[in-house]
Design a binder for this molecule. Structure first.
Ligand SMILES: *Cc1c(COP(=O)(O)O)cnc(C)c1O
Length: 384
């Protein structure tokens, strides 16, 4: 497909001149954006029904019908993580966080802000948590009440072994909280098989809505015991839940347009074929991206076995003509927005494969990357 033809096709699909190859916010469909062209009253019956519909379908995506409830929270994903930790952890609880990237670190930081006792089991960003150490720590430290883990650590794009982690946490009778932000809807996670008290995600990642809200899918019996735990009124998940269960309304101004767009996004997710279909599309995007970049000489941070089909970390090329800032600007000027690295282990950059993207979009991005490297005089894409 020619450059201009592809640009016209992608504009019809997304309404965008550019593509976000990032961890979020992401490229959304034109129809998701169009769903925001209406103002809603927060007490409108149709709006209340829309909220109930979203909450129900999110619980279904997690396989939690009957036992779990969905509690949405205004703000970005971090607000929902903070609300979930602050509400589920009793004041005298103790949190163990599995850390192999910035989002695990962030949960430690949240625990400090909340004044909750916490410790980290940390490993390198290109490694998955050591399960034997987790087992030993849970056996040793009886004060630990909760474990927090990240499903896909977006910092590197690594897929953490959530099923095995959940098995150990459950064996030791502790409660698991999963930050599934960048995986939910694209990587299978069924709470009937992965025992946990909460799964946290947001509107603007793999379900392809616009940013502005997150949500936790929480085991009802666990949430029922959480009255009075929260440190914050606006981030009290228990109170938010009671409010929604009471009259179907949010306690405070809901992000109405974000919810209208999210309702449409979830419908499009279902029409596409749910988690298996989204996983297949993102996996194909990821394969095309990784194969294409390797053909140019780039190296991925992670071996394929640890790579989630969400975002890929590449080592910076050693070539003296390569300057990431210039590379980024040239790609952005041609409609492809990539992402800097966030790692401490090595200089890297990232390219996402999630959002309203298909194989042809990644192929077009690779063609532009190839031309840009030529223009910059970069011939050696392998790292030092
Ligand atoms: C995106 C993301 C978050 C939330 O980040 P926000 O910037 O607050 O939306 C949390 N955890 C993970 C793993 C993420 O990818």
């Amino acid at each position: 497909m020619s450059d201009t033809l592809h640009a016209a096709v992608r504009a019809a699909r997304t309404g965008n001149d550019e593509f976000l190859l990032t961890p979020g916010p992401l490229t959304t469909s034109l129809t998701v954006k169009q769903a925001m062209l209406r103002d809603w009253g927060s007490r409108d019956k149709q709006f209340i029904a829309l909220n109930a519909r979203i909450r129900e379908r999110l619980v279904e995506i997690a396989g939690g019908e009957g036992e779990y409830v969905c509690v949405p929270v205004q703000g970005s994903g971090t607000f929902s993580v903070e609300a979930t930790l602050g509400t589920l952890l009793p004041r005298d609880g103790r949190l163990l966080v599995l850390v192999n990237g910035a989002y695990g670190e962030r949960m430690m930081k949240i625990a400090k802000y909340l004044g909750r006792s916490a410790l980290a089991l940390t490993c390198a960003e290109d490694r998955t948590p050591d399960l034997a150490s987790l087992d030993a720590l849970l056996a040793e430290d009886s004060a630990i009440t909760h474990v927090a883990a990240v499903h896909c650590e977006t910092t590197s794009g690594i897929l953490n072994p959530i099923r095995e982690i959940a098995g150990l946490v459950s064996k030791h009778g502790r409660s698991l909280i999963i930050d599934a932000m960048s995986a939910f809807g694209a990587i299978p996670l069924d709470v009937r098989e992965v025992a946990c008290d909460a799964v946290v995600a947001s509107s603007n990642k793999c379900l392809e809505g616009v940013p502005g809200m997150g949500y936790a899918i929480v085991r009802r019996s666990a949430l029922e015991a959480c009255e009075g735990n929260a440190h914050s009124l606006s981030l009290d998940l228990y109170d938010q839940w009671r409010g929604l269960e009471g009259n179907g309304q949010w306690r405070f101004t809901p992000p109405t347009h974000v919810l209208a767009a999210f309702d449409q996004a979830v419908s499009e997710f279902e029409a596409e074929g749910g988690v298996p279909a989204r996983n297949a599309r993102y996996s194909e995007n990821c394969r095309v991206l990784v194969d294409g970049m390797r053909a140019l000489g780039f190296e991925t941070l992670l071996p394929d076995a640890l790579q989630a089909p969400i975002i890929v970390t590449f080592h910076m090329p050693a070539d003296a003509n390569f300057d990431f800032g210039a590379f980024y600007d040239r790609l952005a000027a041609r409609g492809y927005v990539i992402y800097p690295g966030k790692l401490t282990v090595a200089p890297t950059f990232r390219i996402g494969c999630i959002g309203q993207l298909v194989r042809e979009d990644l192929e077009a991005a690779l063609a532009v990357i190839r031309e840009t490297l030529n223009d910059m005089g970069v011939t050696q894409c392998a790292p030092a």
